[in-house]
Design a binder for this molecule. Structure first.
Ligand code: KG4
Ligand code: ZN
Length: 351
């Protein structure tokens, strides 16, 4: 297994590179594009791709510099190949190939969600499977049953909006800018979580899937009925009530997963894991159920390349030149080895 890994992540609106020596992160550089998307109230895919195009090379350079190393020392290049915005992913995948191929280095394609799980395998204090990982971000909400380093079982996932997406949309309804999660949490501190009765979705559903669109719609109707002045007056109560209902659903499903399996620990990933009331509720649940709670630092919860390098340590590398026609995937990339889309005959073209 290669020890020195350069990892690249460009699946959404953060341009990220990291250098890992085994499970140790030597550098993790993140250039957030949040400001570029704020004026549009959400991520604009083409704007994201163009920013990645400008930022990927300097971000890789910065990570190598911070790690005190050069491309000559890198033994493998890891890159997020999906799921994500296809144009954004292609910038990362092309950059990774352009770095790896001239040096005859292996390329390790990484599933972004496997990356969120693998953030827990990094030093210090790496978590050993088995554990349940709740990943809640702007694009995904899922419960992963992790029994081995290389893969996870999908225990449940959102049937509609991701949790972070719901925070962002409700924040927008309340006039709170983008990204909305942190702003909504701040405003909610001044509000009463019981002020409005909101549906805790999927509470009667026996499965482990999530749904956030009903909650979002309930908020939209409330705002419509209250009118502009009413919303302004009750903003903190609306934020607190929404946040409580969202957290309740996440924690209820996590509790159900714990009851179903012999899990020794719980981990959190994704940007929503930054939410204080969610962290407190999960900590409380873990104490009640006597399982360990592993919380990685916030910069490893949100999108970063260190988690991609971590997942790469347990994934199959593709030797040079077999990855030259490797594609990117807007949805989940294939799990069973280096399958490519398109099956282009590059070997014939090289001759
Ligand atoms: O993991 P992440 O950085 O990027 C994605 O892969 O989406 O997650 C970003 C999401 C956004 O929807 C943002 O509003 C949400 O995480 N978020 C929060 C908080 N901080 C970030 N949601 C609730 N409370 C927070 N404190
Ligand atoms: Zn993510």
């Amino acid at each position: 297994m290669a020890r020195l890994i350069l990892a690249i992540e460009t699946s959404c609106d953060d341009t990220c590179a990291a250098v890992l020596d085994g499970p140790r992160v030597l550098a993790s550089t993140i250039s957030s594009q949040a400001a570029a998307h704020a004026e549009f109230g959400g991520v604009v895919p083409e704007v994201a791709s163009r920013h990645h195009l400008q930022l990927t090379a300097p971000v890789v350079d910065a990570a190598l510099r911070e790690a005190g190393t050069t491309l000559d020392d890198v033994e493998a290049v890891a890159v997020t190949v999906g799921p994500g915005l296809i144009g954004a992913l292609l910038v990362g995948v092309s950059t990774a190939k352009a770095i790896a191929a001239p040096r005859r280095l292996p390329l390790v394609p990484v599933d972004h969600l496997q990356g969120h799980v693998a953030a827990n395998f990094l030093e210090p204090d790496p978590l050993e499977p088995p554990f349940v990982c709740l990943v809640a971000s702007g694009g995904h909400t899922l419960l992963a049953g992790v029994r081995e380093h290389a893969a996870y079982e999908l225990l449940g996932q959102t049937l509609d909006d991701a949790a972070g997406e719901a925070f962002d949309k409700v924040a927008r309804l309340l006039g709170l800018g983008y990204p909305g999660g942190p702003a909504l949490e701040r405003v909610a501190r001044e509000g009463d979580p019981d002020a409005f009765e909101l549906p805790v979705a999927m509470s009667r559903d026996p499965g482990l899937d999530f749904s956030f669109s009903g909650l979002k719609t309930a908020l939209a109707y409330l705002c419509r009925d209250l009118g502009e002045d009413g919303v302004a007056e009750r903003r903190a109560d609306l934020a607190a009530s929404f946040q409580a209902a969202a957290v309740d659903q996440l924690v209820a499903k996590l509790d159900r997963a714990l009851k179903r399996g012999e899990w020794r620990a719980v981990a959190l990933g994704g940007g929503v894991a930054a939410n204080g009331p969610l962290r407190a509720a999960v900590a409380d649940l873990c104490e009640r159920r006597s399982v360990r709670l592993k919380l990685v630092p916030l910069q490893l919860c949100t999108d970063n390349a260190a988690m991609i390098g971590s997942a790469a340590r347990f994934s199959d590398a593709i030797p040079y030149p077999d990855y030259l026609d490797y594609d990117a995937f807007p949805t989940k990339p294939p799990a069973d080895g280096p399958i490519r889309q398109g099956h282009l005959d590059v070997s014939a073209r090289r001759r």
